[in-house]
Design a protein around this ligand. Structure first.
Ligand code: FE
Ligand code: FE
Ligand code: ZN
Length: 288
């Protein structure tokens, strides 16, 4: 099992701080935003202490393919109703691909976006058009569209919608999928039978497209379309199902990333990783 969590990358340590945080959880993977997730202000990669961070990973035996980047969620590829905003989003996304490559990472997770004032079909066409504007870029980075909970007008809450975006792409080799367990549970999939979910994924999208897994419990019942993450074992999915997903043999080569909430301002990731490795769930360890 390859597992890590979302970690912070911030001044003054940037990438070395992010790697240090992951190592403190005894993780063998990590996911970061290149700046605040809710804005598009970004520090120059030359100041991000990338080589030092890569050296720390090398010493820890963690390959760069276990570093995942998440694009900021205010980028909405599915909304092209305002031309200036739409072209800014594409330009920003391309710079994010370049930052991902500068870190030595290979996977950039992106929310497909919301159709807002249009309709799902227009949203699907707009998302594909935004991505097609990136063209056949040279960086060795795969943009991974994330499965979404279906909150509001969010696209990507069914494998079919994601497949419809993928089939409209001019350079499909640049794209993959990030599967988020909280999101697909909230979208109505029964993740307690994960092999059946993967069979469905294989039928609709194809397993080769699956690149990374977000492992989260959910505060809400299946189908609630809410997108509120819970700590492992404390939500409606439950520890046993998440443990089975964590150790699922068909996806053993894929990185798992925890995006569970802090508890009393403390990161739960070291404990969650430990429990998912051992298979022993002790709820009191998550009650700080
Ligand atoms: Fe996400
Ligand atoms: Fe996620
Ligand atoms: Zn979420």
């Amino acid at each position: 099992m390859i597992i890590g969590s979302h970690v912070k990358m911030k001044a003054p340590d940037y990438f070395t701080g992010a790697v240090q945080e992951a190592l403190s959880y005894r993780a063998d993977a990590l996911m970061l935003y290149t700046g605040a997730p809710q804005n598009t202000r970004r520090t120059d990669t030359a100041r991000m202490k990338i080589e030092e961070g890569q050296e720390m990973l090398r010493k820890a035996g963690i390959p760069l393919s276990h570093v995942i980047v998440h694009a900021p969620y205010i980028i909405n590829p599915a909304n092209r109703t305002d031309a200036a905003t739409a072209s800014f989003a594409v330009e920003f996304l391309y710079r994010e691909i370049q930052r991902t490559a500068a870190l030595g990472a290979e996977l950039l997770v992106l929310h497909p976006g919301s159709w807002t004032v249009t309709d799902p079909e227009t949203g699907i066409r707009s998302a594909a058009e935004s991505l097609n504007r990136l063209g056949d870029y040279p960086e060795p980075v795969t943009v991974c569209l994330e499965t979404m909970a279906g909150k509001g007008t969010e696209l990507g809450s069914s494998f079919e919608e994601l497949a419809q975006i993928l089939e409209k792409l001019n350079h499909p080799g640049h794209y993959g999928i990030c599967l988020d367990t909280c999101h697909i549970h909230d979208a109505g999939y029964n993740v307690t039978d994960f092999d059946a979910v993967l069979d469905e994924f294989e039928r609709v999208i194809g397993m080769d497209h699956l690149k990374v897994i977000h492992l989260n419990d959910s505060k809400n019942v299946r189908g609630a379309r809410k997108d509120r993450h819970a700590n492992i074992g404390k939500g409606e999915i439950g520890f046993d199902a998440l443990y089975r997903i964590a150790h699922n043999a068909r996806t053993a080569h894929l990185v798992r990333i925890l995006e569970t909430p802090y508890i009393k301002e403390q990161a739960p990731y070291g404990i969650e990783i430990d429990m998912l490795r051992s298979g022993v769930y002790e709820e009191e360890r998550l009650s700080f």
